[in-house]
Design a protein around this ligand. Structure first.
Ligand SMILES: C[S@@+](CC[C@H](N)C(=O)[O-])C[C@H]1O[C@@H](n2cnc3c(N)ncnc32)[C@H](O)[C@@H]1O
Length: 234
């Protein structure tokens, strides 16, 4: 009989959080998308960022707090949350399931989910993406990895423990992001470092209602197109 995937995943990370960090704590690919996220946030800091499946807080929460942003990390593994609190004292961390944890609507400037949604049963990905869209402020940005190829319910040995992965392929994932109400700004399949595995990386923004005569700048802020010098406002 198959175990509950979410319990299997959280137990698995409780057992091998340190092993995961030693093996995957450094990644050129993750650094690239973390830099892309950081570049979309205000340079002066102060953004509220929700990091789903934050792991040990390294490097995402640590780097974003160092840039002056306010991080809330959520992880289903108690061990990962304990490590994150130790590694990133300036961050806030919750032990919880990203598919059920209640958070205030329209309260985050950005949501990140690096290598975490692919541990959630794929039948729940559409609803999860809608939750992400709900948590974002208008103009807020989602940056995260989703499946590039379809795999319905993989359960087996990974990193010395039982683990579970589930994801759709890129086309379906792009549709799910759009159906959640997010506008895709960038979607790209990328090979994961030296592994024989690809993820689909997404940068998507929650639209804001734009007044006539205004447009969005690169940070999702409103700026007046003409006739209003200095008319930028949020
Ligand atoms: C592959 S690790 C990625 C950790 C970190 N984001 C990184 O970039 O290294 C996946 C993390 O997602 C967490 N996770 C998986 N499913 C989750 C869920 N439903 N709710 C919250 N966290 C979850 C796991 O406990 C684990 O810490």
């Amino acid at each position: 009989m198959k175990s509950d995937p979410k319990i299997l995943v959280s137990n698995g990370y409780d057992r091998m959080a340190e092993t995961y960090l030693a093996r995957f704590g450094r990644s050129i690919v993750r650094d690239r998308w973390l830099a892309a996220l950081a570049a979309l946030l205000p340079p002066a800091g102060g953004a509220r960022v929700l990091d789903l499946g934050c792991g040990a807080g390294l490097p995402v929460a640590k780097e974003l707090t160092a840039l002056g942003h306010r991080i809330l990390g959520i992880d289903g593994s108690k061990r990962q949350v304990a490590l994150a609190r130790h590694n990133v004292p300036a961050g806030d961390f919750l032990h919880g399931d990203m598919t059920t944890t209640e958070l205030p609507e329209t309260s985050f400037d950005a949501v990140s989910a690096f290598y975490s949604i692919t541990h959630v049963p794929r039948s729940e990905h559409g609803d999860l993406l809608k939750r992400i869209a709900g948590w974002l402020k208008p103009g807020g940005v989602f940056v995260g990895s989703l499946g590039a190829t379809a795999s319905s319910d993989w359960q087996g040995e990974w990193m010395g423990t039982e683990m579970y992965f589930s994801h759709y392929g890129s086309d379906r994932n792009i549709s799910l992001v759009q159906e959640a109400g997010l506008t895709i700004e960038h979607a790209e399949e990328q090979l994961q470092d030296d592994e024989d595995h690809r993820f689909l990386w997404i940068i998507a923004r929650k639209p804001i209602s734009v007044e006539p005569g205004c447009s969005l700048d690169g940070h999702g802020a409103l700026e007046r197109r003409s006739g209003n010098p200095g008319g930028r406002h949020r």
